[in-house]
Design a protein around this ligand. Structure first.
Ligand code: EPZ
Length: 431
């Protein structure tokens, strides 16, 4: 996913961070960006009103809400709840938005189920490699869709959708958005659809629970084989999104690598065992208080580990850059291999600018620590790269400048505010 080199309003922003201030206090985590995006796309499956809670106020979410409005939807905030009515669905998905934000492609499954004809742009690639949708399209064809291509636009039609057996396995495991797209289309297809090698990420589980509340008949939630019995129509529902497990993981790794005593709430237990077992292996001081987690960090307390990113329940690729930052403060030589994307390493050169001792060896980043980091002027090129640069700057000696922070705004809600409340010296400025 690539956004322009500046934020929507054309204002180039940056943050200044003075490192080595202790982090103390409680950080509360909002709703999941990735669950929110696929659940918002699913709202187009019904004419009835949906009420969603715990929807994070993030740029990607705002873009999805704009897309729903452009499709004819009525989308309003009622206090902290979001009310969506897709009674009327007209027009096509805004092509520029799809080119800029890959998750917009998730509207395809809902719209083809609802309207039987959709014109949509191919989503853009992004800085960490190609982002194909061949599995999405193959699955829709199996459900009875025909498609024609003109430039980067796909015209998808279906007389009717009929259940089928669909294998969602890609070269590096399954696909979250691909699973979401096929799930949505299958809920209104005639007959039974069997999704094989479906993504098991918690965000897909959240979507399945939401679809069930809308009247969808789904079995095998959280498993790699999901069975959907198509129904005539879906009805309105009220649902609260899960907490954002990648934000939880980012704050947890930051607390572990810094001088800190930080409590993270809520939804920590559902953040994935792979994160907590990796942190335990590193010797992080993690204490559970119900569903909240308290992490005490101190210099030199972590030891290095070797791990790789994998589809759920493996270690998430979205925490690869944050984990790389944490490994710079761990004793010994560690490494993390990226098995999902070809080139999700934009953070490596910027961490090296801060004098981290790391080297790229194929798809593996080898990190030696603990290394005292020094402030630098760096640029975020995607949201998880950006998060890792904030983490490194918070433990570095001196004042760092981080540009490209509109990427971070896509996935981290009120990031500076939350860090300031923990005692970090961080300020957002116009360049
Ligand atoms: C979801 O993207 C997340 N986004 C990503 O989070 C996350 O990095 C990714 O899953 C992997 O966990 C949302 O949920 C909105 P993919 P998704 O591109 O499902 C291959 C973030 O930082 N593939 O499908 O779109 C692909 O090449 C974002 O929050 C095919 O081959 O991931 C890749 O290797 C970044 N053909 C793998 O599958 C297809 O048709 C998964 O990538 C589709 C995918």
């Amino acid at each position: 996913m690539t956004f322009p080199a500046h934020s929507e309003d054309g204002i180039v922003q940056e943050v200044k961070i003075v490192g080595q201030h202790p982090l103390r206090g409680v950080v509360s985590i909002g709703g999941s960006k990735n669950a929110g995006l696929i659940i918002l796309a699913a709202c187009a499956l019904t004419e009835e009103t949906i009420l969603l809670h715990n929807v994070p106020k993030l740029d990607d979410i705002r873009l999805m809400l704009t897309l729903l409005r452009k499709l004819g939807g009525i989308v309003e905030w009622c206090g902290d709840a979001l009310q969506i009515s897709m009674k009327r669905v007209c027009g096509d998905v805004d092509h520029d938005a799809v080119r800029r934000m890959r998750a917009s492609i998730c509207l395809l499954g809902s719209l083809v189920a609802r309207k039987k004809e959709v014109l949509i742009a191919l989503p853009g690639g992004c800085v960490f490699g190609p982002r194909p949708i061949d599995i999405h399209l193959r699955g829709l064809e199996k459900l009875g869709c025909t498609m024609s291509f003109c430039d980067d636009l796909i015209h998808v039609r279906a007389k009717e959708l009929r259940g089928a057996t669909i294998d969602l396995l890609g070269p590096n495991g399954s696909t979250v958005t691909g699973t979401a797209n096929i799930l949505c289309a299958a809920t209104l297809a005639k007959g039974t659809t069997i999704l094989q090698n479906a993504a098991r990420e918690p965000e897909v589980v959240d979507l399945c629970k939401f679809l069930q509340l809308m009247g969808a008949k789904i079995e095998g939630i959280g498993q790699s084989t999901i069975i959907v019995e198509g129904v005539e129509e879906l009805h309105g529902a009220e649902y609260a999104l899960m907490a954002d497990r990648i934000q939880i993981g980012t704050f947890a790794l930051l607390a572990a690598m810094a001088d800190s005593d930080v409590k993270i709430s809520p939804g920590c237990r559902a953040s994935g065992a792979s994160l907590w077992s990796a942190m335990e292996e590193m010797g992080a001081a993690v204490a559970w208080e119900g569903d909240d987690v308290r992490i005490r960090g101190s210099a030199g307390s972590l030891h290095a580990i070797h791990l790789e990113t994998l589809p759920y329940p493996g270690f998430p690729t979205d925490l690869q850059a944050p984990m790389t930052a944490a490994l710079t403060q761990a004793n010994g030589e560690g490494s993390i291999a990226e098995t999902i994307y070809q080139n999700r390493f934009a953070h490596v050169k910027h961490l090296a600018q801060m004098r981290a001792d790391l080297q790229l060896d194929g798809n593996r980043v080898i990190v030696r620590g603990p290394t005292e980091l020094f402030a630098a002027s760096v640029v975020a090129s995607d949201l998880r790269c950006g998060a890792s640069l904030y983490m490194a700057a918070l433990v570095a000696r001196g004042e760092s400048t981080i540009r490209g922070i509109h990427h971070v705004d896509r996935g981290y809600e009120c990031f500076e505010k939350k860090l300031q409340l923990l005692g970090a010296r961080i300020e957002r400025q116009r360049e």
